[in-house]
Ligand binder design. Structure first.
Ligand SMILES: NC(=O)c1ccc[n+]([C@@H]2O[C@H](COP(=O)([O-])OP(=O)(O)OC[C@H]3O[C@@H](n4cnc5c(N)ncnc54)[C@H](O)[C@@H]3O)[C@@H](O)[C@H]2O)c1
Length: 369
């Protein structure tokens, strides 16, 4: 049994695989990945390695690909499906890290932290131009109320924010559990002071923030995106930041990474970080271990456990019931009911969970596994 680890994962995860009797665990580099794939049974990647149809062609024995992280946009799911290769990711492992980073971006926008910090380093004391805005009493609109959106909602309450969410696949009860009011998208756009994106990328969400949706937003609203760059039409966002329709935007993700031609770069009311929202020591440890457990379980035939730790779209589960070698799948978040929470649970917070007693709100358990 040969497992290739193409991108760095936590030492604990590597160790767990190495402890399996008879397993050959190979930490490879980009240069010799193609050669190593020839007799590989399983492959572990993060976002750097692209699992293309060509790469899969090189690995006739390959049975599973584990993605340490959430998105599987670096994996050719169709090619994996055709070859009967199971594709797993580790949703939830970095949800708290991303939610905390969302707040870092939100507060940095509200208080212009990057601009003021830069001025200090350049020898300027810009106290008189520093009027920020409180977030208390402001409305936060969450587009997508999954693992990360829910964690953001929980934290927003501590800041005394009113939280709205648009998520067509979330039940009212699940939203109530994190004290969030579900509303149609147009209402969220019209009422929010801060709009934060937490949906998966899908045909329905591609360029969700565009000139038409921006026009529906409150004048002077701020946009935060720690989800996927392609959710925003960057040209439209840049135009809105220049015209004053939006007073600021903060993102962790770009349509092209690193951004070479983004019209947002250089705008004074735009702040950005280099796709690091999920990159904390704690999250890396968690996802590295999760992906190792998934590979171990899947190779040992413990598929049900693996699915409950990974991306158990309902379709994938039913396919798993039919055949142990399941086609590739991923949580797109765009199919009603195809949400990991509804199947594997967040210890007590299912989508159809009854609303808690007033004042007795539970925190969602977002670690998938
Ligand atoms: N910046 C980072 O480092 C980083 C790290 C982890 C995840 N992410 C991204 O964050 C996003 C959220 O991740 P998650 O783990 O919370 O996913 P999730 O699947 O738990 O939640 C996504 C939510 O989006 C909802 N959704 C689907 N289609 C929608 C639509 N058309 N409109 C509104 N909502 C819709 C789904 O119902 C779901 O509740 C994803 O895009 C993910 O790739 C980014």
């Amino acid at each position: 049994m040969k497992v290739i680890i193409a991108d760095k994962i936590s030492e604990r995860g590597v160790q767990l695989l190495k402890e399996q009797p008879g397993w050959n665990v190979v930490l490879t580099t980009k240069d010799n990945l193609n050669v190593e794939m020839a007799d590989a049974d399983a492959l572990i990647v993060r976002s750097a390695t692209k699992v293309t149809a060509e790469l899969l062609e090189l690995a006739p024995k390959l049975r599973a690909v584990g993605r340490a992280g959430v998105g599987v946009d670096n994996i050719d799911l169709e090619a994996a499906t055709k070859r009967g290769v199971l594709v797993m990711s580790t949703p939830g492992g970095n949800a708290v890290s991303v939610a905390e980073h969302t707040f870092a971006l939100l507060l940095a926008l509200a208080r212009q932290v990057p601009r003021l910090d830069k001025a200090i380093h350049e020898g300027r004391w810009e106290k008189s131009t520093a009027a920020g805005t409180e977030v208390r009493g402001k409305t936060l609109g969450l587009i997508g109320l999954g693992r990360i959106g829910s964690e953001v909602a929980v934290r927003a309450e501590a800041f005394d924010m009113r939280v709205l969410a648009y998520d067509p696949f979330i039940s009212e009860a699940a939203a109530r559990e994190v004290s969030v009011e579900l509303v149609p998208l147009d209402i969220l756009l019209a009422q929010s002071d801060f709009v934060s994106l937490h949906t998966a990328l899908s045909p329905a969400t591609l360029n969700l923030i565009n000139s038409s949706t921006i026009a529906k937003m409150k004048k002077g609203a701020r946009v935060i995106n720690a989800a996927r760059g392609e959710l925003i039409d960057e040209a439209a966002l840049a135009a809105a930041l220049k015209s004053g329709q939006l007073s600021g935007a903060a993102v962790d993700v770009f349509a092209e990474e690193p951004p070479k031609n983004s019209p947002l770069i250089g705008l004074s009311n735009f702040i950005a970080t280099p796709h690091v929202a999920g990159s904390t020591t704690e999250a890396q440890e968690e996802v590295g271990t999760q992906v190792a457990v998934q590979i171990k379980d899947s190779q040992r035939g413990e598929l049900a456990r693996t699915f409950c730790r990974s991306v158990p779209a309902r379709a994938a589960l039913s396919r798993a019931g039919r055949a142990p070698r399941v086609a590739g799948f991923a949580s797109r978040g765009d199919t009603p009911g195809a949400h990991p929470h509804s199947l594997c649970g967040r210890s007590g917070r299912g989508r159809h969970a009854p609303a808690p007693q007033r004042g007795a709100r539970r925190r969602p358990q977002c670690s998938a596994g």
